[in-house]
Design a binder for this molecule. Structure first.
Ligand code: CA
Ligand code: CA
Length: 141
């Protein structure tokens, strides 16, 4: 089965911490075995299950990946969505997809986290009062 070992997950956690040093957005990576045809609906469910809707400025961003379904989604909370819309993530999505198509799972996630952080920085710069509202640990279920 395709998955990531602990070392790869730790590497992604560190990339999230680096990205969050530049933006008030809270990025999280969640891995799932499979999802149904509607990837986005599943991502929304898991977004809530992970408590990601509870950040102060609704600045949570979920990178959701269903490994065996070969599907993924990038989902921003309403504070982000209101400002930038769904097309904001197209570039990040394309970067990730290119890696995934070539079998580079970890690299795709790392590039996605990096891209999301870079894009968020422009609209949601890190605030002086910023703290780590959501764990940077990669979750899996
Ligand atoms: Ca933060
Ligand atoms: Ca965080």
């Amino acid at each position: 089965m395709v998955t990531l070992d602990k070392q790869a997950k730790d590497e992604i956690s560190r990339a999230i911490a680096r990205a969050e040093a530049r933006t008030s957005g809270e990025i999280r990576v969640h891995l799932k075995r499979r999802c149904g045809a509607d990837t986005l609906s599943q991502a929304i469910k898991d977004f809530e299950k992970l408590g990601m809707h509870r950040t102060k400025d609704h600045s949570g961003v979920l990178i959701f990946i269903a490994l065996e379904s070969h599907a993924f989604a990038i989902l921003g909370d309403r504070g982000i969505h209101e400002k930038v819309g769904a097309a904001f993530w197209d570039e990040t999505r394309d970067i990730m997809r290119d890696h995934f198509r070539n079998g580079r799972l970890k690299e795709g996630i790392l590039a996605g986290v990096e891209s999301a952080g870079r894009k968020l920085q422009a609209f949601f710069p890190r605030q002086a009062s910023d703290r780590d509202e959501l764990s940077n640990t990669v979750t899996e279920d």
